[in-house]
Design a protein around this ligand. Structure first.
Ligand SMILES: [Fe+2]
Length: 379
């Protein structure tokens, strides 16, 4: 029998604070990270925190006079917006960056934190022209959705929607210092937001599991993530009760911890052009090919599949695909490309703009003709 001797580097430096009400810890964590007199650059989205009174609560607890608020983050933030935020952070002489929001807010704030000590434009780092060669300001991430997992990852995505470009910044210097995961903050997610963000983390966990980068630690975490979303994702979307939302918050954070070490691949490779060219929301865009690539990957790692079937509560590949499809349908997500408004004539553009660099960690090689055939069947 062939021996498998693990050989890998594990990275997960972010301290995770988890629990309902733990937002109250934020003030102490800021003091610990940057001192009691620290100036705080607080990054958030435009409205949801205000309507629930959470933003005011945070400002009161941090001390409004010490906070420079940047609340202009929109979904799919651009490098220019990151530059504008960085300039404000530097001008105010901030000592610590705090993000409260979804993936876009945390990603942008993560870039601001690291650029405080790395000169130049965000675009230079996003395109690889410059390398991030040192740590930035301490960065505390507080997610209000359960899916981007940015609170524990070393990557941030920036977008040029007009120029149809997705840019990823990634560096071990970009891991947040602390993640404060308070499930109460996810209670304002709509059914759709709970579904699409959860689907992002659920898909990432399964991609991470079948990847050739996977190792025993990521396998253990990913199987638990799959099991948790399998039981809680539809409930979190449909009922939205605190227990299912808390389980999805935990699962999403765990997914990021695993996929920082074994990266998402094929579903994200196809999902990125689906967002750029057809405006499909990220979690929906990566989820739509999940069963397709599961069928592709499974024969490459037959020894790992029974554990995945158990995590999904099924007995085989067909059962797993049916289970995932049913879960997505119950959450109101589309399970084929025609449901996303795509036609046969779109497929060439999708194949040409797939992020092929991301498909190399599949357990079976995938060529352009293979992908064309697979997505044809998904119409
Ligand atoms: Fe994602």
């Amino acid at each position: 029998m062939e021996q498998f001797l693990p050989n890998f580097t594990w990275r997960s430096p972010t301290r995770v604070i988890f629990g309902v009400g733990r937002l109250a810890d934020l003030r102490g964590l800021v003091d610990e990270a940057a001192g009691e007199q620290a100036r705080i650059f607080l990054v958030t989205g435009r409205s949801s925190l205000r309507t629930r009174g959470i933003l005011q609560r945070v400002l009161d607890s941090l001390g409004e006079g010490k906070v420079t608020l940047f609340d202009r983050v929109s979904p799919y933030p651009s490098p220019e917006l990151a530059d504008a935020a960085s300039a404000e952070c530097k001008e105010a002489g901030c000592d610590v960056v705090v993000a409260i929001g979804g993936g876009s807010v945390m990603d942008l704030a993560k870039v601001v934190a690291v650029m405080s000590a790395n000169a130049g434009r965000a675009q230079d780092y996003a395109t690889g022209e410059k390398a991030i060669d040192g740590p930035g300001l301490p960065f505390i991430a507080v997610p209000t959705t359960s899916g981007s997992s940015s609170e524990v990852t070393m990557a941030a995505a920036l977008w040029d929607l007009e120029g149809k470009r997705h840019m990823g910044l990634a560096s071990p210097h970009m891991f947040p210092t602390v993640a404060v995961v308070d499930p109460d903050l996810t209670m304002s997610m709509s059914k759709t937001l709970a579904a699409v963000t959860g689907m992002d983390a659920f898909t990432s966990a399964i991609e991470s599991y079948w990847s050739i980068e996977a190792e025993p630690i990521t396998d253990g975490i990913n199987l638990q993530v799959v099991q948790m979303f399998n039981v809680n994702l539809d409930r979190s979307s449909i009922q939205g009760d605190i227990e299912s939302r808390a389980n999805c918050a935990m699962a999403a954070t765990m997914s990021g911890i695993a996929y920082s070490n074994s990266r998402p691949n094929a579903c994200h490779a196809v999902g990125i052009p689906l967002t750029l060219y057809w405006g499909v929301e990220h979690g929906q865009a990566v989820g739509v090919t999940l069963t397709t690539f599961l069928r592709w990957a499974a024969p490459g790692i037959p020894h790992k599949m029974p554990a995945l079937w158990r995590a999904l509560g099924v007995e085989d590949l067909d059962g797993a695909c049916e289970r995932i499809t049913r879960l997505m349908t119950r959450c109101g997500l589309q399970t084929n490309l025609s449901g996303l408004g795509m036609e046969e004539t779109d497929l060439d553009t999708l194949v040409a703009n797939t992020r092929w660099d991301r498909t190399r960690t599949l357990p079976r090689p995938l060529g352009q003709d293979d992908l064309r055939g697979l997505i044809q069947e998904l119409l």
